[in-house]
Design a protein around this ligand. Sequence first.
Ligand SMILES: Cc1ncc(COP(=O)(O)O)c(C=O)c1O
Length: 410
Amino acid sequence: MSEPYFQQLFADRIGGPGYGQGTEIYKFEKIKRAKRRALAEHPGRPLLDFGIGENDEMAPASVRRVMADEIGRPENRGYADNGIASFKEQAARLMRREFGVELDPAREINHCMGSKTALAMLPAAFINAGDVTLMTVPGYPVAGTHTAYYGGVVHRLPLRAENGFLPDLGAIPADVLRRAKLLVLNYPNSPTGAVATPEFYARVVEFARRNRLVVIQDAAHVMLTQQGRPLSFLEVPGAREVGVEVHSLSKGWNMIGWRMGWVCGQERIVRAFADVKDNCDSGQFIAIQKAAAAALADPAIPRLTREKYSRRLKKLVATLRRVGFDCRMPGGTYFIYTPSPKGAAGGLRFDSAEAASQFLITEHSICTVPWDDAGAYLRLSATYEAADEAAEDALMAETERRLEPLGLEF
Ligand SMILES: Cc1ncc(COP(=O)(O)O)c(C=O)c1O
């Protein structure tokens, strides 16, 4: 194919004139291709898909009913701008009910079209060329991608088992700290499943004040807290002076595709976010905001979601342990993050989690997500499709039947 006339025009941030011509395949694309190949080569062998990071259920019927009513109301038809008051009021009620955090819905909360877009927009409020964003790895990379788009620099904070998958804030070089403006955290953490503690958050507040940083805490998985009660960064004294927390209805409410969440916390930062957002989109469809408000008003929804994934995670942990994985229940999320096998019976060696993951999918139709950022780990998700508990148990039995003979070595 000849080069399009505009090939030289692509901006450096997406690869410049070389855009679209590279041969590098990204991790999730590799997994998709391997899945397709496994299905084509072994049509009779069902795929055991622990790779999906999306809830397997629809939003509750009660929420879909509100949506069905609201979609027909003419007053919901227009631009929603920075969001309707009733959604923000429900978000404020939820923050009080779940975390004991009092927020002014008009000034300290703003809706977003899923937390991804909020994480994409927040760097625009702070990052000039050369500024640093501190980000934990492995993790959700969106705030870092946008930091780089603005000419900023990402400094990676590795999450390691020996530190409970909390970043070592003391290990950041002084020259990096001087240029740092944002500290992006994510607890419960994806993919490690670690949860933060009030003590850690207190250290973060002190660290942010001392180094004049803004904290962005990504709480997308907070309602999937599996151990202890869900914890908001904003509960910790001083947190609301140093940052914001980003929440999402995707995971806890089975509303992945609805694209609703909210940013809350320090008033000036919320306002800066709303200003950036106002220049990027015109707000989520009001019918969706009203359905999302109804979802937030019902505490049973996130409770049932958590209970379901907790049950499935327990079964998955037990199954994996029986075939040699050293895994345990995560503090939160619907993921198990576990050291990747180094080899298998017959002298097979895996030099990375990616190699182990490719072996499992191509040879045994078992899909996992590899992480090699801070040690070699596999992520297995409990969001696989299974109609009922009997189907879950059958899937676990089949997983064990396929993994057991492999003689995985760790
Ligand atoms: C850690 C984390 N943050 C944010 C998101 C984005 O979620 P959403 O945009 O659906 O709210 C995800 C989605 O997978 C995630 O895992």
